[in-house]
Design a protein around this ligand. Structure first.
Ligand SMILES: Cc1cc2nc3c(=O)[nH]c(=O)nc-3n(C[C@H](O)[C@H](O)[C@H](O)COP(=O)(O)O)c2cc1C
Length: 164
């Protein structure tokens, strides 16, 4: 057990991993049109009026740096069938979008096909939160898929899924 005075980073990760989350891929592009995207478990609905949603991203994230240049993003909520994309967008690679089917959303950002929902945002505010930044987005468009696919979950380091 860790005391409140010295939290070991390994313990922090491992205990926090007991809190299950959904999984999204945040996508967008740089000012030169280069696609960027990363897997995020900290996505959260924030406010109804105005409609706000956000996520935490490690400071210095190369993908976030690119997306921040245009200030627009889409959160594709992954289905249980999208495990390959979950790992792909979490690993260092120049080719994260290779073979990934997507369409363009209303704000032009990539919507991963086969996801259970898409939430498009304009960046409203970015706040430093320890070694992460909190990106608050103003929701501009959102849509849920009509398919019956379950949503992906992440718990104790492993992928699971809701029934539907
Ligand atoms: C299920 C899952 C959830 C993740 N959630 C987050 C998160 O909320 N914030 C974060 O900064 N990284 C998170 N990551 C790690 C990033 O996906 C990973 O560091 C990725 O390389 C970030 O892209 P970048 O290297 O271009 O910055 C998560 C990874 C996985 C597999």
């Amino acid at each position: 057990m860790s005391s409140k005075h010295s939290i070991d980073t390994k313990d922090f990760r491992s205990v926090m991993g007991n809190f299950p989350t959904g999984v999204v891929v945040i996508t967008g592009e740089s000012s030169s049109g280069e696609l960027a995207g990363m897997t995020i478990g900290s996505f959260v609905s924030v406010s109804l009026n105005p409609p706000l949603a956000g996520f935490f991203i490690g400071s210095g994230s190369p993908s976030w740096k690119k997306i921040a240049e245009t200030g627009k993003f889409c959160a594709s909520v992954l289905s249980v069938d999208q495990e390959e994309w979950c790992w792909r967008f979490a690993k260092e690679s120049e080719a994260r979008f290779d073979g990934v089917p997507f369409t363009r959303g209303v704000n032009g950002t990539p919507r991963l096909e086969g996801s259970v929902a898409w939430i498009e945002c304009d960046v409203d505010q970015v706040t430093t939160a320890g070694d992460h930044d909190f990106v608050l987005g103003r929701v501009t468009t959102l849509e849920a898929s009509k398919s019956n696919a379950g949503a992906m979950t992440f718990y104790r380091g492993a992928i699971g899924g809701t029934a539907r």
